[in-house]
Design a protein. Structure first.
Length: 115
């Protein structure tokens, strides 16, 4: 299983970014996917998750209405569209899946929100 994130960067408060995760090594369309983030000195937290077919999505309260998770099972990708970004959204963002009872993580992509 391999997960590789892309799309992070530096953005001003109020700006937007789109993260993407490309998955390989397993039958992507059968598994739920999620995005986590970890800020310096804080625990890793769940940001959003999406079911295998994309029909069910859940968000952390802190990002509801601002972030949107989506997936393309034909391309083996899961995206996180982030709008109205705030400094408290600054963190390393990780793609995640649970496959055969084992958690898999990507290496992460850094998102920094600063003026």
């Amino acid at each position: 299983v391999q997960l590789v994130e892309s799309g992070g960067g530096l953005v001003q408060p109020g700006g937007s970014l789109r993260l993407s995760c490309t998955a390989s090594g397993f039958t992507f369309r059968f598994y739920g996917m999620s995005w986590y983030r970890q800020a310096p000195g804080k625990e890793r937290e769940l940001v959003a998750d999406i079911s295998s077919a994309g029909g069910s999505r859940n968000y952390a309260d802190s990002v509801k209405g601002r972030f949107t998770i989506s997936r393309d099972n034909a391309k083996n990708t899961v995206d996180l569209e982030m709008n109205s970004l705030q400094p408290e959204d600054t963190a390393a963002y990780y793609c995640h899946t649970l496959y055969r009872c084992t958690r898999y993580w990507g290496p992460g992509t850094q998102v920094t929100v600063s003026s």
